[in-house]
Design a protein around this ligand. Structure first.
Ligand code: FAD
Ligand code: FES
Ligand code: FES
Length: 434
């Protein structure tokens, strides 16, 4: 079992849900789509005593437009799935930005469970939907057993994963008012892979009045600060404009960056550092950013993707390489620390003609690899051990590779493989001597 034990409550109406939150306060967590909460509970980043599953509360799945054309409002209840919102005709007609931004969230299976309101309540500073709600001038409808209040998106997000919600409160819906005038919107983001949280993203809503001038503009960023933020300097550059020149100016303001983050001093980019490093026998003379990790240098700059990244926290051992013959976590060493060092990766093992290294042969013969994800780290750890201890005992292997996790749990075969590799290497050496 990954999460810590907790009491599961599935209230059948809103009052019951609010009673539970009032009773348990900080010890309780609302479970909406669970796509963030369960992940955190699996990692034990959070361990609520009580999980309040709101998915059976009637009325929270409301999705609709209320009011007349002059002051209509789109309402999305707390259990409306991200996928439902993304595909809804009413959302597309009333707040296309929400649908557009929503399509960038994760992958369809995650959006099929994750909720729009859950993403807002989670308040991940990189997330798309909070920035979209901010640009749309949205409202967050909050309930507790004692009271009901409406919070402007501008005031709802208070920090990374922090909101103005009290422990006994929950969000019951978000409202998006009709945008004034002739209005257009757009969402763009920069991300490493489709479905990842964005490095940063921008949501914009621009309305044009009868005189052809921009009468309404809201620009919000995600991934740019500790919470989704508006960009007043960019908005000011566009408001009242009647031609495309203003957008060029706004782009320059945005690119300059200074007015975007007035509250914090931007940390100057430090000088690059010179690193002379030998990797798999090839010498490299490189200029690297001080924050470049060895694993990223190998995979991204030197095109050696054999070094795998699992946890990136030093825990799983997938990224193990040899630095000056010592097994080292490549995810926890900066390249800048390695000027003059010699690094060996899994790519160094096979011969130029493709002949496998004894360790690779032994892993194949003894079924020491299944999916192969942990294998590069295991192989390099094994090489280091066999260079130190040519005929290791079982305990030697366990000691050397005990910090390397195999998700396929092939540990017995891995231990056998390492010891078999020792025997193959010893045999080959005696053949050479003879
Ligand atoms: C593989 C993967 C990739 C992802 N990629 C992205 C991405 O690219 N962009 C992105 O934005 N997100 C991403 N996510 C997160 C995902 O979108 C979540 O669905 C979302 O952040 C939370 O919504 P949820 O309904 O699942 O909330 P839950 O996980 O149920 O809840 C999240 C938090 O909000 C609280 N909460 C939920 N609903 C309420 C409420 N009504 N009132 C008060 N508190 C509430 C919970 O108690 C919990 O603390 C990803 C998740 C996964 C698993
Ligand atoms: S990725 Fe480096 S230890 Fe897991
Ligand atoms: S072989 Fe699959 S993780 Fe180890």
């Amino acid at each position: 079992m990954k999460p810590a034990p907790f009491e599961y409550a599935a209230p059948r109406d809103l009052d019951e849900a609010l009673d539970l939150l009032a009773e348990h306060g900080d010890d309780a967590r609302v479970l909406a789509g669970g796509q963030s909460l369960v992940r955190m509970m699996n990692a034990r980043q959070v361990s609520p005593a009580v999980v309040v599953d709101i998915n059976r509360v009637p009325g929270l799945d409301t999705l609709g437009v209320f009011g007349d054309n002059g002051s209509s409002t789109l309402r999305l209840g707390a259990t409306v799935r991200q996928r439902t919102s993304e595909l809804s005709g009413e959302v597309a007609a009333h707040a296309p930005l929400l649908a557009e931004a929503g399509a960038y969230v994760a992958h369809a299976p995650v959006r099929a469970r994750g909720t729009v309101v859950g993403s807002i309540a989670f308040a991940d500073p990189s997330a798309e939907l909070p920035a979209a709600l901010l640009a749309l001038d949205g409202l967050v409808k909050v309930r507790s057993r004692a009271a009901e209040r409406t919070v402007a998106a501008d005031d709802f997000f208070t920090g990374p994963f922090r909101t103005s919600l009290a422990p006994d409160e929950m969000v019951v819906a978000v409202d998006v008012p009709a945008a004034p005038g002739r209005t257009g919107s757009a969402f763009v983001e920069l991300t490493r892979r489709h479905g990842d949280l964005p490095v940063c993203g921008a949501a914009a809503v621009v309305g044009v009045g009868d005189d052809g001038r921009v009468s309404h503009v809201r620009v919000a960023l995600c991934g740019a600060d500790e919470r989704p933020i508006r960009v007043p300097a960019v908005e000011a550059a566009v408001l009242g404009a009647d031609g495309p020149a203003a957008f060029t100016e706004a782009a320059a303001v945005a690119a300059d960056g200074t007015p975007v983050r007035p509250r914090r001093r931007r940390r100057p980019m430090p000088d690059k550092v010179r690193v002379r490093i030998t990797v798999n026998g090839t010498r490299h003379d490189l200029l690297v950013e001080p924050r470049t990790l060895l694993a990223d240098l190998l995979r991204n700059d030197l095109a050696l993707p054999g070094t795998h990244l699992g946890c990136e926290q030093g825990v799983c051992g997938a990224c193990t390489v040899l630095v000056d013959d010592a097994a080292t976590r490549a995810c926890l060493v900066f390249a800048a620390q390695l000027d003059g060092a010699s690094v060996r990766t899994v790519e160094s093992l096979a011969g130029a003609d493709g002949t496998l290294h004894p360790v690779q042969r032994a892993f194949t013969q003894e079924h020491g690899l299944q999916c192969g994800f942990c294998t590069p780290g295991m192989l390099m750890g094994a090489c280091e051990l066999l260079e130190r201890v040519p005929e290791p005992r079982r305990e030697d292997v366990e000691e050397a590779l005990g910090g390397n996790l195999c998700r396929c749990t092939g540990y017995q075969n891995i231990v056998r493989s390492v010891r078999a590799a020792g025997r193959i290497m010893a045999d080959e050496q005696s053949e050479v001597r003879a």
